[in-house]
Design a protein around this ligand. Structure first.
Ligand SMILES: NC(=O)c1ccc[n+]([C@@H]2O[C@H](COP(=O)([O-])OP(=O)(O)OC[C@H]3O[C@@H](n4cnc5c(N)ncnc54)[C@H](O)[C@@H]3O)[C@@H](O)[C@H]2O)c1
Length: 368
């Protein structure tokens, strides 16, 4: 069967990751086009990755009949519009995290893809990270007995692009940006049980001058099977990206540090080119990673999605996954606003962005 032909929307951070990841496992897919509003950027990206076509308007790219699947790496506020446009053009969609800004958008995205008969694939790469997959395999085998606590933490020194800091464009702060990974991870790891309740503690500890968003977040999720998920996120951790899990059961536990745990403990007085995402310096003690994309699971994720398009595999992360995460994000922001646990289902309508439920607790109260 021919390779699945992908068009990428966006040409910066995550777009680079997707293009490199498809190249790393090239048997199932190839990137044949990129669209990004600044045409010079799209052209430069195409040249950098050896991609034949570049566009400055993604809608023009969607008219290309050769493209079967679109990978959306644009800012969060554009995910819904681009997904719906792509679905109507008959393209399968891979949407980066978080799925969107509002629950209404999540519904509209899922409906548009269902109506068009295309797949909506939610790009949660932690489901493919080799260390985390190994932890889940052991858990599913019964290695830890009944699991009662799963922890996931993702922390770094703050996002690279301005729009993340602007809650009008991002929908929220560190919880929205990084917590979406941990929420999805705990849910997936435990076998996708229903969420019973959510409690969150949010604050802006360091970056109040730059953002109205939360830069510290702790979220506790209670699942229907009685297990608990705990998600910790920060935009205040200098020294490079930190991503780790802990799993506790009646008969055992496991710990995995995705990046530092796979790195070379290194000391250099002069520094060197690159250590890990978001590390500001390579002088002194650092933890340079190798095979960074592979350790996250990005190439494996793209391979899986391409195989889903060809009917060789069933999606393990889809629009429904993104919607589950979105509802927990709503509940977490509402919990922080009200200072109490929120029970699910929690699907308030008419909320412009999740963080409003924290900043305006009366909106959260009205939704209960
Ligand atoms: N899975 C992950 O771990 C991960 C990592 C980083 C980012 N992301 C997600 O990927 C998305 C993009 O993040 P990023 O870090 O690449 O941001 P970025 O700021 O580096 O890049 C955003 C890109 O979107 C493009 N863009 C802006 N408006 C557009 C429009 N109207 N049409 C088409 N393209 C447009 C910009 O030109 C730019 O190329 C976000 O949703 C983010 O949360 C996911």
């Amino acid at each position: 069967m021919s390779k699945v032909k992908i068009g990428i929307v966006g040409s910066r951070f995550q777009a680079d990751c997707i293009a490199a990841s498809v190249r790393a496992m090239p048997e199932e897919a190839e990137v044949i086009a990129v669209a990004s509003p600044t045409s010079g950027n799209a052209d430069a990206f195409a040249q950098r990755h050896g991609i034949p076509k570049s566009y400055s308007d993604y809608r023009e790219m969607l008219r290309d009949p050769a493209i079967e699947m679109v990978s959306i790496t644009a800012p969060n506020r554009l995910h819904a519009r681009i997904t719906i446009d792509a679905a109507r053009a008959g393209k399968h969609v891979i949407c980066e995290k978080p799925l969107c800004i509002t629950l209404e958008e999540a519904d509209a995205m899922i409906d548009a893809c269902a109506e068009a008969g295309v797949l909506l694939l939610y790009a949660e790469e932690l489901f493919f990270a080799p260390k985390y997959v190994k932890a889940k395999q052991m858990a599913d085998e019964g290695a830890f007995g009944r699991i009662h606590l799963v922890k996931q933490s993702e922390k770094h020194s703050g996002p690279h692009s301005d729009w993340f800091w602007d809650v009008e464009q991002s929908g929220g702060g560190a919880l929205m940006d990084l917590g979406c990974h941990g929420i999805a991870f705990c849910w997936w790891f435990l076998g996708k049980p229903a969420v019973r309740s959510v409690y969150a503690q949010l604050s802006t500890q360091v970056h109040a001058a730059r953002t109205a968003g939360d830069d510290e977040a702790i979220t506790i999720i209670e699942f229907d099977n009685g297990a608990v998920g705990m998600v910790e996120n920060s935009w205040n951790r200098p020294g490079g990206m930190d991503d780790s899990i802990e799993v506790f059961g009646a008969s055992g536990q496991t710990y995995a540090d995705m990046l530092m745990g796979n790195a070379l403990p290194t000391y250099s007085e002069v520094g060197f080119g690159y250590a890990v995402e978001k590390a500001a310096s390579t002088k002194g003690w650092t933890y340079p990673v190798f095979e960074e994309h592979w350790n996250y699971g990005f190439p494996q994720e793209m391979r899986h999605f391409a195989r889903c398009v060809r009917g060789k595999e069933r999606p393990i992360s889809d629009g429904e996954t993104g919607r589950v995460v979105q509802e927990v994000l709503y509940a977490a922001y509402a919990s922080a606003g009200l200072g109490r646990k929120i029970t699910l289902p929690f699907r308030p309508r008419g909320i412009a962005k999740p963080i409003d439920l924290w900043k305006k607790p009366e909106m959260a109260e009205a939704a209960l």
